[in-house]
Design a protein around this ligand. Structure first.
Ligand code: NAP
Length: 500
């Protein structure tokens, strides 16, 4: 069985101690083992800060962008192998695996464009210069420079390729070295990506390190110039935020956590209309793509009370033919959950919702972590409080209270609205926007719409409250996490010379 190794201090290192075993979640077959025990984390962080940081800060944005292009091209060449690993270790169908790997490549390329637009500078010039006194000589200018620490990226299990890329692209472009830690259960894809980066020498030494296996006390070793960007459960996020060193040294922390994303079908929707059909299609895609293990997946389906039964019947009809099975088989439309504990959590979560199953069942198969798509109706209040991270969504009727129901989720990544009623849209957008990082407006005439569940690198990703309060991506906006904004004030000629 393969042993996955970490890449720290410029070399591959295997951990000691008893390893964790990575499985194929469809067959429970062991695939690889991993341990991070015994790896010198302080030395790993030190090497990244010193060697990687210096190398990256010496490059312009355009040069850092060229490095990202190299990674994107290499992942494109390795695409088939990565898809196979996503199928075997992630329980992904081929289409799910493409969503992850192509998303990673697309995000890297989007940041190549950002890099090229920023050009030959090594730091950001933020806004225009300002005259500060009576004389034009007293001048002010904001700039943003790379922080001198290391960006530690802790990723969730569901997007091992995209999760790596969406964080690493931004930090590397900003000029900060990265130590990336994938979730252990699905680490084989990220591990292969790291192998490719090392084998092809795509980055300067120290720019990218990789820790596979348990995080141990990695976050507790971070200091004032470091950044911690975490994606995962709200509970882990809260623990990280409360670490003594994080509080004492004001370690910059970005948390991407849970979300009870709502999709609202507008009050004017007619069954069989194009808008109605688009709504159903997006709901079913979000329930089943990656077996519902997407942080942006629709969890609450809000429909006008008058057409509740029609929506329910149509969703049941669309969910019925979806074949759940081993994603290695071609006709499988939905694979298993990623791990046994995710399956157990999903079972507990469905019970917590206290609703009636309009579709699906909780039967377990003798092998594999399978769960059928589950459509819940008449759920209890927990539908606004508990995220079931699987192919599970709840159907809720609304009258005039759609926005109020959406806001009960207490902060989410995305809310999607399916309506052409401009007054309804405007009122609802104003009401739900403060609670979300993104509002998606569905329209049948938008060709090849990716739906609300797809995170685009040009737009910010994150959300307030339950979603962790973080913000990533958003084109050049994402760089802010890794840069220190500094206000320069003084003689205008000196400042202007510095800016070049
Ligand atoms: P999790 O248990 O919090 O794990 C996430 C990551 O944190 C893994 O890499 C894990 O490592 C690591 N980790 C666990 N405990 C840690 C600790 N004490 N210190 C440092 N790192 C620690 O989350 P999960 O249950 O696997 O992921 C599912 C959740 O992620 C869902 O709730 C979902 O909503 C959320 N999610 C959010 C987004 C977003 O963008 N907002 C995206 C995807 C997923 P090990 O694997 O080694 O334990």
């Amino acid at each position: 069985m393969e042993t996955l190794r970490s890449f720290v201090g410029g070399r591959w290192v295997a951990g000691s101690g008893s390893p964790q075993t990575l499985l194929n979640p469809a067959t429970e077959e062991p695939l690889a083992q991993v341990s991070s025990e015994g790896i010198d984390l302080a030395a790993a962080l030190g090497h990244a800060r010193e060697v990687g940081g210096r190398a990256l800060r010496g490059l312009t944005f355009a040069e850092r962008g060229a490095l990202l292009r190299g990674i994107a091209d290499a992942l494109q060449e390795e695409r088939d192998a990565l898809l196979q690993l996503g199928i075997a270790n992630g329980g992904n169908t081929r289409s799910d695996a493409k969503f992850d790997v192509d998303g990673a490549i697309g995000t890297l390329l989007a940041y190549v464009d950002v890099a090229n637009a920023l050009g030959a500078r090594k730091f950001l010039v933020d806004g225009d210069g300002l005259q500060l006194g009576r004389s034009a000589r007293f001048h002010g200018q904001h700039i943003a420079v790379p922080r001198r620490g290391v960006a530690v990226h802790i990723n969730a299990f569901n997007f091992p390729a995209w999760g790596f890329a969406e964080k690493a692209a931004v930090a590397l472009l900003a000029g900060m070295p990265v130590l990336s830690k994938p979730a252990t259960s699905s680490a084989m894809v990220a591990h292969r990506i790291m192998q490719v980066v090392v084998e092809k020498k795509l980055l300067p030494e120290g720019a990218l390190s990789f820790l596979v296996g348990a995080p141990r006390d990695l976050p507790a070793q971070l200091g004032a110039q470091d950044v911690l960007a975490f994606t995962g459960s709200g509970d882990t996020g809260a623990r990280l935020r409360a670490l003594a060193n994080v509080i004492r040294h004001s370690v910059r922390v970005n948390i991407e956590a849970d979300s009870l994303n709502a999709a609202v079908l507008g009050p004017e929707a007619e069954p069989r209309s194009d808008m109605y059909e688009l709504f159903l299609k997006d709901v079913v895609r979000d329930m089943t793509q990656k077996a519902g293990q997407k942080c942006t997946a629709i969890r609450r389906i809000l429909v006008p009370r008058e057409i509740f039964l029609s929506v329910k019947d149509d969703l049941v009809e669309l969910l019925t033919p979806i074949k759940v099975g081993n994603p290695a088989e071609e006709d499988t439309r939905m694979g298993p959950l990623a791990t046994k504990s995710q399956l157990e959590d999903a079972h507990k979560g469905v019970a917590l919702l206290k609703g009636r199953l309009a579709f699906g069942d909780l039967e377990r198969r003798p092998k594999g972590y399978f769960l059928s798509p589950i459509l819940v109706e008449s759920p209890g209040e927990a539908v606004h409080e508990h995220e079931v991270f699987g192919p599970v969504a709840s159907l809720l009727p609304y009258e005039a209270n759609a926005a109020e129901l959406v806001a009960r989720g207490n902060g989410g990544l995305v809310c999607s609205l399916y309506s052409e009623d401009q007054a309804f849209l405007e009122e609802t957008i104003h009401a739900v926007a403060p609670f979300h990082g993104r509002v998606f407006i569905g329209h049948p005439k938008i060709e090849l719409s990716p739906g609300p569940g797809t995170v685009l690198p040009q737009l910010v990703h994150g959300g307030p409250g339950r979603a962790g309060g973080g913000e990533e991506l958003g084109g050049a906006r994402g760089l802010a996490l890794y840069l220190q904004r500094v206000a320069l004030e003084g003689p205008r000629p000196s400042i202007q010379k510095l800016l070049g």
